[in-house]
Ligand binder design. Structure first.
Ligand code: ZN
Ligand code: ZN
Length: 339
């Protein structure tokens, strides 16, 4: 089979022939139909995530069909159309036994710690399969594990957005454009933030009430002008750039939450006093739970969340796709299609 392999950090991926995987106990083989790529892949290639080995078949955003079922798997049929949750959990650690699977201490992630989605066939635990209805295309399904799931988790589970609230979303890429829609669905008014006019227009067409450009002045000042000086209930920081969390803290009303999804800079600095006096919380948000994914699949299946596909490419062109992500020229999700 063909696969895109990271042989060495900071080198282009090698698209080459690899042995097909075999399903072990409790596992299935998924024939890949679409696989998303995102900025996390750039971090994997840079070698900044210490748990990532080489060589590695990359790709953590997988959709396809079940083509083989391993021993011990019941209730899964070949031909089932699926998206695949990327967290592979041990099932027996303290967190797993409490049902907090996303905190598993032996967590392995598809395309990060274990061979992933940029291959014709992928070995995954049957427990990670999420059946998708015919109303969801494979490229759309490939956005579910990360772009949709992570946004859903950040907005509803971490920020706990409620009807009538106001939410800022900073960063309008694959995740941000979904986060806008999830917040709107939750009954919030949304302030979408990005430097690109095209992204801001898209966010408005997807339901954002306002959009602002960081180049027009300090983000928190612009947000306070739009919210009668009060600030937002939640600030979803998807960019994670220098000063963005601090702008989030300054943008929150009392009791507000800054939810950090992006982490481009290694450290943050902010006003401690604001955290105490205004009881503003800063919290991280990683990926999504299986329950989040099931809920998100239903919403995408009903057409109430529309994943935005930015570019479609073939596996052979994966390095060009990654270059486009590096340059920030992709609006929406970049998806690699498989025959
Ligand atoms: Zn991703
Ligand atoms: Zn565990």
């Amino acid at each position: 089979m063909k696969a895109a392999v990271l042989e060495q950090f900071n080198q282009p991926l090698e698209v080459r022939d690899m042995a097909e995987p075999v399903a072990g106990l409790g596992e299935v083989i998924v024939g890949t139909r679409a696989a998303g790529i995102c900025r996390t892949d750039l971090k994997v290639i840079q070698g900044v995530i210490p748990t990532v080995p080489t060589p590695l078949i990359m790709g953590h955003e997988l959709a396809g069909e079940v083509v083989a079922v391993g021993p011990g798997v019941v209730g899964v049929e070949e031909g089932t159309r699926v998206a695949v949750g990327l967290d592979i959990t041990c099932g027996i650690c303290e967190y797993c036994r409490r049902g907090e699977l996303d905190y598993c201490v032996r967590l392995l992630r598809l395309g990060l710690e274990q061979d992933g989605a940029l291959a014709d066939f992928v070995r995954v635990p049957a427990a990670n399969l999420i059946e998708i209805p015919d109303t969801i295309s494979f490229p759309q399904a490939a956005t579910l594990p990360d772009a949709v799931g992570s946004s859903y988790h950040a907005v509803l589970k971490r920020a706990q957005v409620r009807p009538g609230q106001t939410v800022a979303v900073y960063g309008l890429g694959g995740l941000g454009l979904v986060a806008v829609q999830v917040a709107v669905l939750a009954g919030a008014q949304v302030i979408a933030i990005a430097r690109t006019t095209e992204r801001r227009k898209l966010a408005e067409s997807l339901g954002a009430t306002w959009s602002i450009d960081p180049n027009d002045g300090e983000v928190s000042v612009q947000i306070r002008e739009l919210t009668n000086g009060l600030g937002v209930h939640a600030f979803i920081d998807i960019v994670g750039i220098e000063g963005s969390v601090h702008q989030g803290v300054l943008s929150c009303r009392k009791g507000g939450r800054v939810v950090v999804v992006g982490y481009l800079v290694p450290e943050l600095a902010t006003e401690m006093m604001r955290l105490v006096y205004d009881e503003v919380s800063i919290m991280g948000s990683r990926s999504s739970t299986r329950a989040d994914l099931l809920e998100a699949v239903a919403l995408v299946g009903q057409g109430r969340i529309q994943p935005v596909i930015g570019t479609s490419l073939e596996l052979e062109a994966v390095n060009e796709g990654l270059d486009d992500l590096r340059e920030g020229s992709v609006v929406g999700r970049a998806v690699v299609n498989f025959a």
